[in-house]
Design a protein around this ligand. Structure first.
Ligand code: ZN
Ligand code: FE
Length: 258
């Protein structure tokens, strides 16, 4: 199966999976226009729509797409999203016929309370559609959930195989790396990544998908217990942070005002 990232709005990606029979599925179509254009240009058939959470930049294209292709729309059980036909929760197995693919649903509250992610281990490397939860070198804003919830969600995702292709919904990598380097200016993994991502973006290429090997080595939100991160956080806050979640919360709050 082939994976495509369609740019939408300012910095969104709408992910598409296409099989050998030109059947495709689309994840978080915030805008129908780029999806329709891609489907027509490649003579594809839309087979399913997957939604991670309720924000309009992930759901805005649903109605226009289903009016044209009356397909099932899968989404989180605990969020009310107009157009969703099948509601999924943690550990559900989603089996789609065309394209033929199976996903395991993972609850990942934090950015929103009902946010879900879709994981497929049959593809090699495995695939993860995680919406606005884990970003390349960062994580989603806490609009509804607590730092503890987001931290637990990220930890759950980190259990997946290291080579998993992580398909986030926004091209935030450069901005996230700028923040990460403000926290850890001398970090070799971050500096190396900045050079690599700048080259990709200058060439007009997406910095995604990323993977867990890369994220565990560089993403500061997965590294709050490393001594250098802890030291930087305590210098920023002005007092010791002994708890893991307190460090995570302090890092998220620092990013919010960066
Ligand atoms: Zn969102
Ligand atoms: Fe978003």
């Amino acid at each position: 199966m082939k994976l495509h990232a369609l740019p939408a709005f300012h910095d969104n990606y709408i992910w598409l999976l296409v099989d050998d029979n030109r059947q495709c599925l689309v994840v978080d179509p915030g805008d129908a226009a780029p999806v329709v254009q891609f489907i027509e240009a490649n003579q594809l058939t839309l087979g399913a729509i997957l939604i991670t959470h309720h924000h309009p930049d992930h759901t805005g294209g649903i109605h226009q797409l289903v009016s044209r292709w009356p397909v099932k729309v899968y989404g989180p059980a605990h969020e009310n999203i107009s157009g969703v036909t099948d509601r999924l929760e943690d550990d559900d197995i989603l089996s789609i016929m065309a394209p033929s693919i199976r996903f395991r649903v993972i609850d990942v509250p934090g950015h929103t309370l009902g946010h879900i992610a879709y994981y497929c281990e049959e593809q090699q490397p495995p695939l993860l559609f995680c919406g606005d939860t884990l970003f390349s070198a960062g994580c989603g804003r806490l609009f509804e959930g607590t730092p503890a919830q987001m931290d637990a969600s990220l930890n759950a995702l980190c259990e997946l195989p290291d080579n998993t292709r992580i398909c986030c919904t926004h091209e935030y990598t450069l901005a996230n790396l700028q923040f990460a380097l403000a926290v850890l200016p001398d970090d070799p993994a971050l500096n190396e990544r900045m050079t690599r991502v700048q080259a990709l973006r200058n060439a007009g290429k997406p910095s995604l998908p990323t993977d867990f090997t890369t994220e565990k080595a560089s993403n500061p939100f997965l590294r709050v217990d490393e001594p250098a991160t802890q030291k930087a956080l305590e210098a920023e806050i002005g007092h010791p942070l002994t708890e893991h979640v307190a460090r995570f919360a302090a890092l998220r709050a620092w990013k919010d005002r960066f």
